[in-house]
Ligand binder design. Structure first.
Ligand SMILES: NC(=O)c1ccc[n+]([C@@H]2O[C@H](COP(=O)([O-])OP(=O)(O)OC[C@H]3O[C@@H](n4cnc5c(N)ncnc54)[C@H](O)[C@@H]3O)[C@@H](O)[C@H]2O)c1
Ligand SMILES: O=c1ccn([C@@H]2O[C@H](COP(=O)(O)OP(=O)(O)O[C@H]3O[C@H](CO)[C@@H](O)[C@H](O)[C@H]3O)[C@@H](O)[C@H]2O)c(=O)[nH]1
Length: 437
């Protein structure tokens, strides 16, 4: 591979589009990123990143000579050799992926006959590439290549994941197009898997579904641990030491959230159902995950003998640490359920965006600037997101500030023995309830 410098247009300046644009610029390509949100492009042109992603701001600044941002399709595509489609593909009411934004990009490419390739990075159902290919042909872009190049980066470590991927997956029916796209990554020392378009689309959905299944499996084991007296900490660590299983994605918790696992597992289930196949295992994964935060609330309800009138502190709101992303965060289900039970909710998070009062359920919760503030006068605290800041909390002081020092550690972040000696009753996921002497 030559790793030659190319000219690329990226459609979508969200988590994936911006990381893709900035990382391609870092690899020596010239990139124009186009979005439809004027405020987003204004921020980027004034040197600001519209969301938090570690290292992304520095990368954009370092590569500003090779990186431009625009609202204008013509400006983005004029000199480009390839268009990368990185727009959002949210779920519809039926759970299928909404591809309207992908189609909007395809429509915008009318007349762009100079392109070498249109490359879809957005997560899409299997068969989308074939439909886009047909649409390009209908628009007299039959000679423009098509490739699927799914993205596997995780939020909070997306830049690192992009520049050091486990693998780059490229699906194309034309070998020359596949090699051309692979060459964009030529400066990376990573395996490149070339395949047909449908298989590349499936790799993405299968990877996320398998990761979600592992999390759900360990959450189910955690529930059995709670019922039988085993400790999930010992169990998942020792299970993960089996080299055939490995240690990753075996952390029991309050269920998986985020912009991908919930959406993509439902999209894969819908895709299977649409073809007449009920994907029963995935169905169970989705159901168990939806129950997981509700189970935690039920445990708390039993422990407190009801939640009505109780004050509950939520520690962490984002779907995981290291991001400001609230999409499908388990905290939103937990807060809604607590409010529905008649509890008062206080919360803390170092990074979750401040809402304008319209966004349920946080509009009814009181946000505090630090964990101790959120726990003051609370009847219980739930550790929802494993922010490292929570390991530095003075838990003895927290126990004194709370009306009832009870912690449900929903991510098994803290040492139960330390909590007990601070005066807390401790509940963990996959661990029984332990009370101070
Ligand atoms: N977020 C992740 O970690 C991640 C990881 C892998 C794959 N993906 C997939 O990548 C895709 C994008 O996800 P995201 O999290 O970046 O979404 P996002 O919502 O953060 O960003 C999407 C961006 O596309 C823009 N957009 C919509 N229509 C457009 C158009 N016609 N032209 C230009 N821009 C347009 C939106 O304004 C928005 O800024 C999705 O399919 C997602 O499933 C996401
Ligand atoms: O052992 C674990 C690991 C993760 N989670 C939860 O799973 C969710 C997703 O976490 P993570 O995978 O770290 O974050 P994402 O940024 O959503 O990344 C996933 O989704 C992306 C979008 O498709 C993929 O590209 C990534 O490969 C895939 O890891 C979060 O709620 C985590 O708390 C657990 O409960 N236990």
């Amino acid at each position: 591979m030559t790793g030659a410098s190319r000219r690329i247009a990226v459609f979508g300046a969200g988590y994936i589009g911006l990381v893709t644009g900035a990382c391609f610029a870092e690899l020596g390509h010239r990139v124009v990123v186009r979005d439809i949100q004027p405020e987003r492009i204004r921020l980027l042109n004034s040197g600001e990143v519209p969301f938090f992603e570690p290292g992304l701001g520095d990368l954009i600044t370092r590569n500003k000579e090779r990186l431009a941002f625009t609202l204008d399709v013509e400006e983005a595509v004029r000199d480009a050799e390839a268009v990368f489609v990185c727009v959002d593909t949210p779920p519809t009411a039926s759970g299928d992926a909404d591809l309207s934004r992908v189609w909007a990009v395809v429509d915008a490419l009318r007349g762009a006959s100079h392109l070498v390739a249109v490359v879809v990075k957005s997560t899409v159902p299997v068969g989308t590439g074939a439909r886009v290919r047909a649409a390009l042909d209908e628009r007299d872009l039959g000679h423009v290549g098509y490739a699927s190049n799914p993205e596997f980066t995780a939020e909070g470590r997306a830049v690192e994941d992009f520049l050091r991927p486990d693998r780059v997956v490229i699906g194309a029916s034309d070998d020359a197009v596949a090699r051309w796209v692979a060459d964009l990554y030529g400066r990376l020392d990573s395996p490149v898997e070339l395949m047909d378009v449908a298989s590349a689309e499936m790799v993405k959905l299968a990877s996320n579904a398998l990761l979600a299944t592992r999390i759900t499996f360990i959450n189910e084991i955690a529930t059995v641990c709670e019922a039988t007296g085993a400790d999930i900490g010992h169990v998942s660590r020792a299970v993960g030491l089996d080299h055939r299983l490995g240690p990753h994605f075996l952390r029991a918790g309050l269920g998986y959230g985020g912009s991908c696992f919930p959406k993509d597992s439902r999209a894969l289930r819908a895709m299977a159902s649409n073809s007449g196949y009920p994907f029963q295992l995935l169905n169970a994964v989705i159901e168990v995950n939806e129950l997981q935060p509700r189970r935690a609330i039920q445990r708390l309800k039993t422990e407190l003998d009801g939640l009505k009138g109780r004050r509950i502190a939520l520690l962490g709101m984002t779907f995981k640490p290291g991001t400001d992303d609230m999409r499908e965060a388990p905290s939103t289900i937990i807060a809604s359920r607590l409010l529905a039970e008649g509890a008062t909710v206080t919360c803390w998070d170092p990074m979750a965006p401040h809402t304008d009062g319209r966004q349920e359920p946080w509009s009814s919760a009181t946000r505090r600037p630090d964990p101790l503030g959120a726990m003051t006068d609370a009847d219980a605290a739930i550790l929802v997101t494993e922010w490292p800041e929570l390991t530095d909390v003075d838990w003895t002081a927290a126990a004194r500030l709370m009306r009832n020092p009870l912690l449900l550690d929903g991510r098994n972040l803290l040492d139960p023995a330390a909590l007990l000696s601070a005066g807390f009753t401790h509940m963990g996921v996959g661990r029984g309830t332990r009370r101070p002497r």
